[in-house]
Ligand binder design. Structure first.
Ligand SMILES: [Zn+2]
Length: 98
């Protein structure tokens, strides 16, 4: 993952979030040619999955496969969180009786 270039304001924001214990502070940052990596030490697979999920969601990618999602949900006006393929497979799963 390429580090995100930040200025001193951005750096302060990152540390503020870190102090508050917010997950938003996690990431790779580049400040004046110095790479700052803030990551969880020995994060569980569930946490890693949540991070991946969030990253994909923010970028408008399918949370399953990472493909760019271009369709919007007509009800909410927001992008779907799944690509057409995974939307279909997930829908099918939900229809199956438990
Ligand atoms: Zn997908």
């Amino acid at each position: 993952m390429d580090p995100k270039k930040i200025n001193v304001k951005g750096l302060e924001k990152v540390f503020e979030e870190l102090k508050r214990g917010e997950q938003a502070s996690l990431g790779n940052f580049l400040y004046k040619g110095i790479r700052i990596q803030i990551s969880k030490y020995k994060s569980s697979s569930a946490e890693r999955y949540m991070k991946l999920y969030r990253n994909r969601r923010e970028k408008g990618l399918c949370i399953r496969c990472g493909v760019k999602v271009t369709d919007k949900n007509p009800k909410t006006g927001k992008l779907y969180r799944l690509c057409p393929i995974h939307r279909e497979t997930t829908d099918r799963k939900q229809k199956r009786p438990e």
